[in-house]
Design a protein around this ligand. Sequence first.
Ligand SMILES: Cc1cc2nc3c(=O)[nH]c(=O)nc-3n(C[C@H](O)[C@H](O)[C@H](O)COP(=O)(O)O)c2cc1C
Length: 357
Amino acid sequence: MGSLYENILRPLLFRLSSRDPEIAHEWALKSLRLLGQRTFLRRMIERRYVTRDPRLKRKVFGVEFPNPVGLAAGFDKNGQVLRGLAALGFGFIELGTITRHAQPGNPRPRMFRLPEDQALINRMGFNNEGADVVAARLRRMRKLPIPLGISIGKSKITPQEDAAEDYAYSFRTLYLYADYIAVNVSSPNTPGLRELQSEKHLDQILTRLRREANELQTTEAKQKPILVKVAPELDMKAIDAILEVCRTHNIAGIIAANTSTTRPNLKGYTPEAGGLSGKPLFTKACEIICHIRARAPKFAIIGTGGVFSAEDARQMLGAGADLVELYTGFIYKGPGLIKEINKGLIPKTEEENTLSR
Ligand SMILES: Cc1cc2nc3c(=O)[nH]c(=O)nc-3n(C[C@H](O)[C@H](O)[C@H](O)COP(=O)(O)O)c2cc1C
């Protein structure tokens, strides 16, 4: 028995936006904006969707999270509907990815649904309003009730050799508003971006960002956590190399993983290029998380890729993640999923409670 969203709203939304699924996304943003603006409505939705339970709380890289289930980057690219999203019960939101320069992204359609696989393919291409505009929006906004991560990426027009400076601009501009900064070097939709995961490039970017953080906040202890988001195609040797660079620069953790350029055993064939997200990613994401946890016990890990249920979240946390994030599951299962997962994560016994801490 599915939810109201799965039985009625989703079929309607999917049908009306079958030519361009991004239309459904735009409607969702409009509704969430309205929700954010109407206090009465927001309180009503919060009462229905937010799970408040002290056993769900987590403290990771020095930040307090009311629950471990976040919204992954890419849903609210410009930070326009954060308050509405917070009312749906997420434990945190990752805004972005933001680039130094505003950019339109790839031509539409650029988002595709694969319902048989519970997956999406997207080649959005970092469509966003740019660091300055988003910073101005965040400056006007009241503090959110949940932590906010800000994902930064490289602008398409910036040459590869100037990548570090491009990231540094967005970092400096958005730093004040973030509870953590996610360095996205793994989106498949900006030409050459994934090359920035190589030791040499990553070292240059992180050296630059650490210098920037030192200038913004002189005591290292108080600096905001920086995380690096990796691609799911990396082999374990490449991941080890990334962990080594991250250690050198005192990086707080890894977000694993971004969308995939592979098409593992898909039931619904589609020739569309772009990054695959959703269920087909789950096993790979858990493998990477497990590997990172074994190699770098002190690193924080945010797991993402194919979380569709409380059981999935449990497995990902069990593999070693401290927090999980989702995007595609939210599209297929609707806002009720966050509560479903959180309820499922509340330890049933005192013994489980001790283990989950
Ligand atoms: C339409 C769409 C846009 C995305 N945009 C971004 C982005 O801008 N930055 C980023 O780091 N990840 C982006 N992602 C990847 C997600 O944050 C997440 O890592 C990935 O989708 C796997 O999680 P999921 O299976 O729960 O969707 C995007 C995903 C989708 C589906």
